[in-house]
Design a protein around this ligand. Structure first.
Ligand code: PEP
Length: 252
């Protein structure tokens, strides 16, 4: 059995005050044997996370990274900088980055490689739009998104990244994939990982993301290939985030 992982994606929300109050609320409510969890916050709040979360059961990370190791890339942040602030995770290829910043499958794969090279764990997001689902293209779209990562990083990387299936139509919309719909895609992703590296594939945590809430988290995470959640809106309220962590069951 794979350990569950619950990750909050704060997106471009928060302030110093908000960060302090949300993190203290989560820390206060977190059970001693809670499933593994992390918060991925805007870059400016990483130092605050390091100060408030070091030594706690909550890991932290970033929501994006440059594919370059250093140099003349104005406005970019490289993985080594994130490592300096104690990040464990970096989200790459979130659908909002793919949609609003034109990130290609190849660029996402390079970003995942940069994160691994810095000793951190990429959370690679894949997912189809509503139009793609309705056209019967889900398997092909998420398959190509994962393929780009496997082709660039090779079989040794399997087991060193987290994968997150996030149907774009479910993100921030209040519409959640049913557990069966999500499991079908997760099983396909697992099979694709197995074809690349059978042993590594069993270790890969495949999260589900898209309007996960305390009320639906338990049923989703009970599916055999759903190993946790990537949480947007519900990660911004301590009670909701804690409810999802509880639904993930005890730490194993
Ligand atoms: C996300 O953006 O990664 C996400 C899953 O958002 P939400 O939970 O708000 O749908």
């Amino acid at each position: 059995m794979r350990p569950k992982l619950v990750v909050g994606n704060w997106k471009m929300n928060g302030s110093r005050e908000f960060t302090a109050s949300l993190l203290s609320g989560i820390l206060e409510g977190l059970d001693g044997n809670a499933a593994a969890c992390a918060v991925c916050v805007p870059f400016p709040y990483l130092y605050q996370c390091e100060q408030l979360l070091a030594g706690s059961a909550i890991a932290w990370g970033a929501q994006d990274v440059s594919c370059q190791p250093s140099g003349a890339y104005t406005g970019e942040v490289c993985a080594a900088m994130l490592a300096e602030f104690g990040c464990r995770y970096v989200i790459v290829g979130h659908s909002e980055r793919r949609a609003y910043h034109g990130e290609s499958n190849e660029l996402v794969a390079r970003k995942a490689g940069a994160v691994l090279a810095a000793g951190l764990t990429p959370i690679v997001c894949v997912g189809e739009t509503l139009a793609q689902r309705e056209a019967g293209e889900t398997a092909a779209v998420v398959g190509a998104q994962l393929d780009a990562v496997l082709e660039l990083l090779g079989k040794d990387a399997v087991g060193r990244f987290v994968l997150s299936y996030e149907p774009v139509w479910a993100i921030g919309s209040g519409k959640t994939a049913t557990p069966a719909m999500a499991q079908e895609v997760h099983a396909q992703l697992r099979a694709q990982l197995r074809a690349c590296n059978a042993e590594g594939a069993e270790k890969v945590q495949i999260l589900y993301g898209g309007s996960m809430k305390p009320e639906n988290a338990g049923d989703l995470m009970a599916q055999p290939d759903i190993d946790g959640g990537l949480i947007g809106g519900a990660a911004l309220k301590a009670a909701d985030f804690l409810g999802i962590i509880r639904a993930a069951g005890p730490r194993i």
